[in-house]
Design a protein around this ligand. Sequence first.
Ligand SMILES: [Zn+2]
Length: 248
Amino acid sequence: MGAHYIRVKVCALSIQSHTWVNLVMKELIDGTRQFKKNVYKTQKPLFQKLSKGQHPKALFITCSDSRIAPNLITQMQPGDLFVLRNAGNIVPPVSAGVTGQAATIEFAVNALGVKDIVICGHSQCGAIQALLDDPAKHKDLPTVLAWLEHAKPIRQMIDTLYHRMPEAKKLQKAIEQNVLLQLHNLQTLPAVAAKLASGGVRLHGWMYEFETGKMLAYSPKKDQFINVTKDVAGGVYNVRPLQKLAAG
Ligand SMILES: [Zn+2]
């Protein structure tokens, strides 16, 4: 009797999940058809040009969060951005050894000749929230927690310096400081360090706000994130290590 009940439940669940998957895939497939018909056709010269090779204008490192659409929020064309994404827009430092992130960045800088690298965090980042949360809350995400170790100094910094802040402000501060930490990590990668030494690459720390659609950029002059303007287009050089950031 018990076994029968379980079988029925499993069956019902699998039918439900099947229907869901099919609806999603139908939407995706319809989208590809509409793209071919309505977008590819009207911009054929661009896509034909792209078929011959890529010459991206910038490397855009951001979170995997589905609410960020890099080309949309920067109004760039296909082929303009070389994009690297992961939970928390993290760049493991050189001490982490061979990583997919380091390989992607090296390719962008050395093979594609990209001269501008943007690390773009975003408001309400779930990865950074998880970093601040009690790890027991995310027992089912052991790989995510291990990955977030690359941003651990942020948690220590928040616990030490900003523990009195309201939770929402704490998260905002952690998201911003994480962008700076990852800019720092970026500079430890040999490909980036070599280009920085010769002035061949510019680093930028950005923060996208879902609530307003605004992009903020780190201003080294003001040591804070401000509305993105030409003033911050020159980039960030020699981002201070986090210990110094923590000390103010
Ligand atoms: Zn995120």
